[in-house]
Design a protein around this ligand. Structure first.
Ligand code: SF4
Length: 887
């Protein structure tokens, strides 16, 4: 556990790539390196994985159970949860309770939660936050393949001749996979990106199709029609292995499928579309990646099906370098889909038919079994709001931030009579609503398995002792199950025992289910401990990299199914009042709701604060300027964030990142703006398209505060955001009140500070600067102004790392910058090496012509490589400008 015997091999807790790590932990310190032996990453890591060492401290952790705000024993807390759930079920039936769980859970945790809800409580009301990321792909897989099966493997991404990224900014969201494809691209692989935004992935691609939002089905249907016209479909493969072509052709015939017509509807150049269609037609080894841009839509299932149709029609599936490939967002989204963490699946890829229900009930020795699918995520919170759900248990997720129409979610949490939250951190937005808070183990403390996007099961291993009274999620679930009187089904003593039971369920009476871990059912604790990464299905001979290699699918007749899909508009169209299509997504260095990456200063440098990205024409039309605080309004709510103007945004579109929460920037939360429109089949919300408008935010004063402790909220109507730095926390704020507002805030922030104060006030200019020291060490800084300029923050934040300020520091403290030292406001591009954009521009001007030369000159991009696409973009822009200047 402490790494005495050499590095511990474990798995990254962030994205669905599922990179292996080799870490040597000691005393809550660790340096994470990529595990060269792990097939997902072969030793590589992205900036998030490399910074894991900054996130394993105990600051802000939830370490003890509590009831209300009162600390409680585990016995009391678990007993109360069991009692309230039992009473609710007795009085109102099993469907009056719900579990909302997470792709952060390990497979063993998921298995335990699903078993309790579906087999012992007897309701289908367990759903996972993977509903927000992957549910559309799951439904598409089931309709086309007969089960939720990802056909390909990462090796396919390297050996493909063409990779199509459909709504997938892999360079940011799955950086290590992108590194692998970047290397293949250098050897001739072609990249086509289908995305309204010119993302870094699009910037690097051979062809970028910046289509109108939500026109993907039209584009993919047009491709299939074009393939049929060219005679480029594989009729032999279809005859032998696929149903549904006739129905699909009939559906295609209902729209004008000429390239000219498709191009107009998608807002693309005819030549670009022709180029894509011709490239696809002549490239048998094609992988089509699809991710959130496809899935997070009211027509997400149709998008997935349209992509799969093109692959089934061309026989590009089950072959090396050829498949449709849904990439998951979370580290164990797949584990949830497998075990039954989704309300729409019973367990182990079995649904709610009579035979499956009887089989699972028998296997579990359960007193009952859920009769029907339960409530999907958005519906579950709606049911909590209107009183149908009366007891809700939220595990390892933060729905008060992450669900659409987040105001409504908060109302639901307030309305629900009994809310239980098990989490790692003490200050999530959701925990504020908890009647009972249960401390769970974090990454590095818990022990179990996860499944990545290519069906590869890997071990997450414990590195540290459990802190405080935190417990494994599976154990918390078992404690509550026992308090409800279900002792027999939940008396596991280790995750190995649960995994063995789970593996046995997949193999139980299995006469054709692809999800089968038969080769792992005999695992001992030792073999579980030593488990090497393996792709399911797992037989006695080992894992399975690629599915459908024999052309057989998991449908009743063994044939794949093409499904007719018709294009339609988004759930809510833009209009005169809300003329922009607001898209939401991730930034490169942050993860979900910042509970972990927000702790790592190096991950807060590239994108330190929430923003809205706008095309300059849209900004000008609304009077918004670059770098200015801006109101983003939709029918559901308003956010205030910094405007960033760029022609990488298509006119008529806007983008906001999803990460910021009440703990980091209350006014920067995007999900209160997103309408709760969902795909009718998958229940996945349309995060990628909400009609919106922007307006300038007119502040009367601005300022910043730097302190050693984070301030978790600011008073009144202030617009603020908090940014973690080395040794301190920077808080930026702006207000619309008068000097009394500023004074109220200042007094609160400096309360209890020492008496060694440096102060500079110019009342007529509305400027105030204060610095507080404690035995020569800088303790707090407060700067505010009504209309003047504020100094850069970098030097001041660096002073917090000094044990004692010298005379020169004190002299310059209220100026806010060191004399003679040039300062750069340029954004940090390389988080690992702290290299700013201006250095890269200088290297380009000095003759650097590619990313490697920039790395030699500046060190940018020389570590994890996540910033390489951004460096390439800066290079390109600099060279274009240089050429223009020369002309
Ligand atoms: Fe972790 Fe990065 Fe690998 Fe994703 S790509 S698993 S975030 S190291």
């Amino acid at each position: 556990m402490d790494g005495e015997g050499g590095p511990v091999r474990t798995t990254c807790p962030y994205c669905g790539v599922g990179c292996g790590l080799a870490v040597s932990p000691r005393d809550r310190l660790l340096k994470a390196s990529g595990d060269a032996a792990h097939p997902a990453n072969l030793g590589r890591l992205c900036s998030k994985g490399a910074a894991l060492g900054s996130t394993v401290g105990l600051d802000g952790r939830l370490l003890h159970p509590s009831i209300g705000r009162r600390r409680a024993s585990w016995k009391e807390a678990a007993g109360l949860v069991g009692q309230r759930f039992r009473e609710t079920i007795d009085r109102h039936g099993p469907d009056a309770v719900g579990f909302y769980v997470s792709g952060q859970l390990l497979t063993e945790d998921y298995y335990a939660a699903n078993k309790l809800m579906k087999g012992f409580i007897g309701s289908g009301n367990i759903d996972t936050n993977s509903r927000l990321c992957m549910a559309s792909a799951v439904v598409a897989h089931k309709l086309a393949f007969g089960a939720d099966l990802v056909p390909g493997c990462y090796e396919d991404l390297e050996i493909a001749d063409l990779v199509v990224f459909s709504g997938h900014n892999a360079a940011w969201t799955h950086p290590v996979l992108y590194r692998r494809m970047e290397a293949a691209k250098a050897c001739g692989q072609q990249h086509v990106v289908i995305d309204p935004r010119r993302t870094d992935t699009a910037e690097m691609a051979d062809l970028h199709l910046a289509l109108h939002p939500q026109t993907d089905v039209r584009l993919w249907n047009g491709l299939l029609a074009d393939l049929i016209r060219r005679g480029a479909i594989d009729r032999g493969f279809i005859n032998d292995h696929v149903n549904g072509l006739n129905e699909v052709e009939q559906a295609l015939a209902q729209d004008d499928q000429s390239i000219a017509s498709v191009a107009v509807d998608c807002g693309l150049k005819i030549a670009d579309l022709e180029r894509f269609y011709a490239l696809f037609a002549r490239t048998p080894r094609t992988v089509s990646l699809f991710s959130m841009g496809a899935n997070q839509s009211a027509q997400g299932v149709a998008k997935g099906l349209a992509i799969i149709n093109a692959h089934l029609a061309t026989g590009r599936i089950g072959k090396p370098g050829a498949c449709p490939f849904s990439i998951t967002g979370q580290p164990n989204a797949m584990g949830g889909r497998e075990t039954g963490g989704m309300a729409t699946t019973l367990a182990a890829h079995m649904d709610f038919d009579e035979a499956a229900r009887r089989r699972v009930k028998r296997f579990w020795g359960a007193p009952t079994i859920a009769a029907t699918p339960g409530l999907k995520a958005v519906d579950m919170f709606e049911a909590a709001a209107d009183g149908r759900i009366k007891a809700l248990w939220i595990m390892a997720t933060n729905p008060a931030v992450s669900l659409p129409d987040a105001h409504r979610v908060r109302q639901a949490l307030k309305a629900c009579p009994f809310v239980v939250v098990s989490d790692v951190m003490a200050d999530t937005d959701t925990l504020a609503f908890a009647d009972v808070a249960l401390p769970a183990l974090a990454w590095g403390e818990k022990d179990g398995t996860v499944t990545n996007s290519e069906r590869r099961i890997s071990r997450q291993r414990a590195l540290f002792e459990a802190p405080g009274e935190a417990r494994a999620d599976w154990r918390i679930i078992a404690d509550v199950a026992q308090a409800m009187g279900f002792a027999d089904g939940f008396n596991w003593r280790s995750p190995a025992q649960i995994f063995r039971e789970w593996a046995r369920l997949t193999a139980y009476e299995n006469d054709g289910r692809t999800l089968n871990l038969a080769g792992l059912t005999g695992m001992t604790p030792q073999s579980y401990d030593a488990l090497e990464p393996v792709q399911w299905p797992v037989t006695a001979a080992g894992g399975t990299p690629r599915l459908f290699t024999d052309g057989r699918f998991e449908t009743a007749d063994g044939r794949g199914r093409m499904n007719p899909v018709r294009p339609r508009g988004p759930a809510r169209e833009v209009c005169e009042v809300y003329p922009l299509a607001l898209n939401t997504g991730r930034v490169r260095d942050h993860w979900h709701t910042l509970t972990r990456t927000g702790l790592a200063p190096e991950l807060c440098r590239n994108e330190p604060e929430p923003f809205v990205e706008l095309h300059p024409d849209d900004a000008a039309a609304s009077g918004v300027c670059d770098g200015q605080l801006t109101r983003v309004q939709t029918r559901s709510g308003e956010a205030v964030v910094v405007a960033r103007l760029t022609d990488r945004q298509t006119p008529g579109c806007a983008f906001m990142p999803m990460h910021w929460t009440s703990a980091y920037a209350a006014s920067g939360r995007v999900n209160p703006l997103v309408a709760a429109a969902v795909d009718p089949r998958s229940g996945q919300p349309e995060f990628k398209h909400t009609p919106a408008r922007v307006r300038p935010y007119r502040d009367t004063w601005r300022g910043f505060y730097i302190g050693r402790r984070p301030e978790l909220s600011m008073s009144g109507d202030l617009i603020w955001r908090r940014i973690t730095q080395d040794g301190c926390h920077l808080h930026e704020f702006a207000g619309r009140g008068d000097v009394r507002e500023r004074e109220a805030l200042r007094r609160r922030l400096v309360e209890g500070a020492g008496r060694d104060v440096l102060r500079l006030e110019d009342a007529s200019a509305g400027s105030l600067r204060e610095a507080y020291l404690n035995e020569g060490r800088l303790d707090r800084v407060f700067f505010a102004t009504t209309g003047g300029r504020l100094p850069p923050r970098e030097w001041l934040t660096q002073l917090f790392e000094k044990p004692c300020l010298d005379d020169l520091d004190r002299l310059n403290l209220l100026i806010g910058r060191a004399p003679g030292q040039p300062h750069s406001n340029s954004p940090v591009v390389c988080a690992c090496r702290g290299v700013r954009a201006d250095k890269i521009v200088a290297a380009a001007r000095a003759g650097a012509r590619d990313v490697d030369t920039v790395a030699d000159a500046t060190a940018a991009g020389s570590a994890c490589g996540s910033c390489r696409p951004q460096i390439a973009r800066i290079l390109k822009e600099t060279l274009v400008m240089a050429n223009q200047d020369a002309a």
